[in-house]
Design a protein around this ligand. Structure first.
Ligand SMILES: *Cc1c(COP(=O)(O)O)cnc(C)c1O
Length: 337
């Protein structure tokens, strides 16, 4: 497997830092906890979509695109990183934002990632929740094409075999960091949504025969559906890379016990995880993804799923810009003295 065979637009700040979290380790009194800082990929406050977009946007450029269209939830980190990447390459960017939460909150609808989408020059339009958003996006793309635009469409989350290459690369990068420091890793945990992150990682880990189990903490779909989505994308990604068959169904594990009421709706355990990471490690999580991932990670440590003597890695997928769309989820009263 040789990733340099695939077009790539280098823009991310890589390798992202790989750091030990001493205060969280002490607090939980379980395994040694490390963090892979993909919140620090450098593009417009960072996040995991930047790695995927390096491959996707290179493909867009090769196809002569002058416009990129994508879709996501109102506070989509993927949308924001796509808007920023498009600006950097001088392409127009149009985004369909799905109202999955029904929130009327002004910050939710205009601040955080939405503010940044607009600062990067993207145009946006809304859709009610529950539509086939990739189909909606293709219909809009056809309209722009009829107007003479050369449009490249990116599926939600940038999760297709091209985008997943970014996380195959991340698996190699993380293994190299661990190997260089002589650190044997026992488990990797991260938030999983549109599946590209987990699919890419599992292909990279399996292709290297790393024998490190990977756990995705779900933020939306039920377990069976989430695992099926990840497995299907992992198989397609492996096939693209010429290593079909490298991923087995049982390699794909998702825990969806921390979704709460639904996608984009903050949970109590997620808010607590945001506070814990901020107060102990000065690391910012987001309520939609990384907080639910961290809530699962912390809970599973407390339950003894990951134990003393083990070394576990939390892959931080980013999203802190969404905090400014979710200020209403936090009670600051106790802090004003
Ligand atoms: C998109 C996203 C995820 C989920 O990654 P997928 O590849 O969509 O599964 C996790 N965390 C953050 C902050 C994200 O923006």
């Amino acid at each position: 497997m040789h990733l340099a065979r695939y077009p790539r637009r280098f823009i991310a700040h890589l390798p992202t830092p790989f750091e030990r979290m001493d205060r969280l380790t002490k607090e939980l009194n379980g395994p040694e906890i490390w963090i892979k800082r993909d919140d620090c990929t450098g593009l417009s406050t960072g996040g995991n979509k930047t790695r995927k977009l390096e491959f996707l946007m290179a493909e867009a450029e090769l196809q002569g695109a002058n416009m990129v269209i994508t879709q996501g939830a109102t506070q989509s980190n993927h949308a924001r990183q796509t808007a920023a990447f498009s600006a950097k390459l001088g392409m127009d960017c149009h985004i369909l934002l799905e109202d999955r939460t029904g929130s009327n909150n002004a910050n939710y609808n205009n601040n955080g990632n939405v503010l940044l989408d607009h600062l990067h020059g993207a145009t946006t339009e809304k859709r009610p929740g529950g539509l086939d958003m990739n189909a909606e996006m293709e219909a809009v793309a056809e309209k722009f094409r009829a107007d003479g635009k050369n449009v490249y469409t990116i599926p939600g989350g940038g999760s297709n075999p091209t985008g997943a290459l970014g996380y195959v690369n991340c698996a190699f990068e993380l293994l190299a960091q661990a190997n260089d420091q002589g650190l044997k890793l026992d488990h990797i945990v991260h938030a999983t949504g549109s599946a590209g992150t987990q699919a890419g990682l599992i292909v990279g880990l399996k292709a290297m025969n790393a024998q490190i189990p990977l756990l995705g903490i779900g933020v939306r779909a039920p377990k069976a559906k989430q695992e099926e989505n990840v497995y299907n994308l992992a198989c397609a990604t492996a096939e693209k890379l010429g290593c079909a068959g490298v991923v087995q169904r049982e390699d794909v594990v998702a825990n969806t016990d921390y979704v709460g009421e639904g996608y984009g709706i903050p949970t109590e355990s997620g808010i607590a995880a945001i506070q814990t990471f901020a107060e102990l490690e000065s690391i910012l999580l987001d309520p939609v993804y990384s907080a639910k991932g961290a809530a699962g990670f912390i809970d599973l440590i407390r339950k003894g799923r990951f134990k003393k003597g083990e070394r576990v890695v939390f892959l931080h997928t980013g999203g802190s810009a969404a905090l400014f769309g979710y200020d209403a989820a936090f009670d600051h009263k106790a802090c004003w003295v």
